[in-house]
Ligand binder design. Structure first.
Ligand code: SF4
Length: 183
């Protein structure tokens, strides 16, 4: 049985909430494109022989240009034309390079995760999900929230409310990005 939260609908009758969360509200109503849909339509020219530093510097530069591109595409119908060499691919390329001797978080522990080594976070190259569900317990404008709890964490908070999954990366089901997106 799905329990509904009546305040998650009532909250949008409040003009101040609608004003302050106007972007989110428009995306939710389908009047604006979410950024993740626009990011892969933004062409970026880069090559596989570029270093991670070069790619990151390009990324900073492109971020500013992307803001303008997004402004322009925000409320337009998007075409199926995805350029080869785009902002999303640039981000993926950077992540793939950073994870080789992992520097994905501030620990920068250098674990060779793709070769099976586990970092300070306890993670190797596999992604595991503990639970995925519609979260009904967030603040009213965020209900329901599509929530995915991945296992493992690079923080070491003493009072972690998800201790069982944050400190045990194996406490979940192995998945991959494609299946996660589909499910
Ligand atoms: S703690 Fe984990 S995410 Fe952070 S750098 Fe090490 S392996 Fe990467």
């Amino acid at each position: 049985m799905l329990l509904w939260r009546s305040d998650s609908i009532a909250v949008w009758r409040n003009e101040e909430v609608r004003r302050r969360l106007s972007h989110y509200y428009k995306v939710m109503k389908g009047e604006r494109n979410a950024k993740y849909r626009v990011v892969k339509r933004f062409p970026v020219d880069f090559s596989d022989d570029m270093t991670v530093e070069e790619l990151m510097s390009l990324h900073s530069e492109m971020r500013r240009e992307f803001d303008e591109f997004y402004e322009e595409k925000m409320e337009r119908e998007l075409t199926d034309n995805i350029p080869h060499g785009n902002f999303l691919e640039l981000k993926i390329r950077i992540v793939k390079l950073l994870v080789r001797e992992c520097k994905l978080c501030e620990w920068r522990c250098g674990a060779r995760r793709l070769e099976g080594e586990r970092g300070v976070c306890g993670l190797d190259s596999k992604v595991r999900v503990s639970t995925a569900f519609l979260h009904m317990g967030e603040e009213a404008p965020l209900v329901p929230s599509g929530t995915i709890f991945f296992t493992g964490c690079s923080f070491k908070c003493v009072f972690c409310q998800n201790y069982d999954i944050s400190t045990n990366p194996f406490n979940g089901i192995e998945t991959d990005p494609y299946s996660t997106a589909l499910e």
